[in-house]
Design a protein around this ligand. Sequence first.
Ligand SMILES: Nc1ncnc2c1ncn2[C@@H]1O[C@H](COP(=O)(O)OP(=O)(O)OP(=O)(O)O)[C@@H](O)[C@H]1O
Length: 131
Amino acid sequence: MAAPIDRSTRRLIAAFRYAFAGIGHLVRTQRNVQIHLLIGAIAVALGVTLRIAHWEWVVLTLTIGLVLAAEGFNTAIEATVDLATRDRHPLARIAKDVAAGSVLICALTAVVVGVLIFGPRLWALWLILST
Ligand SMILES: Nc1ncnc2c1ncn2[C@@H]1O[C@H](COP(=O)(O)OP(=O)(O)OP(=O)(O)O)[C@@H](O)[C@H]1O
């Protein structure tokens, strides 16, 4: 007979279930997250095709995770603000604008990383194909 699962293990499993439910909500409801996932998938496909180096995979993985996590925090902040007030309030505006600005910083960082990793290779490929 299998050993019963203790209380703390059950709590841990529940915590993972809630976290995955949060990720599911993000992916289902946030268009930007769907776009970031698509761009991330294209970057991974490019990385495989262009055989990027191990350290470049590390940077790419961190960058994709950073952007998706930033979208998650942004969505959580928006929901929290909307829960706190439906009225227009300068602090609500600051919270939402700063959260959105933080996502933009992460997305721009991802663009720079993408250009640094893929730019030279794509440029070299373009030169070969255009001659
Ligand atoms: N309660 C509020 N008080 C003041 N300004 C607000 C408030 N709610 C939203 N805003 C302003 O409107 C902008 C858009 O807010 P909104 O809640 O529509 O988010 P969003 O960026 O459209 O995200 P999403 O489309 O994911 O809901 C905010 O960045 C902020 O400038």
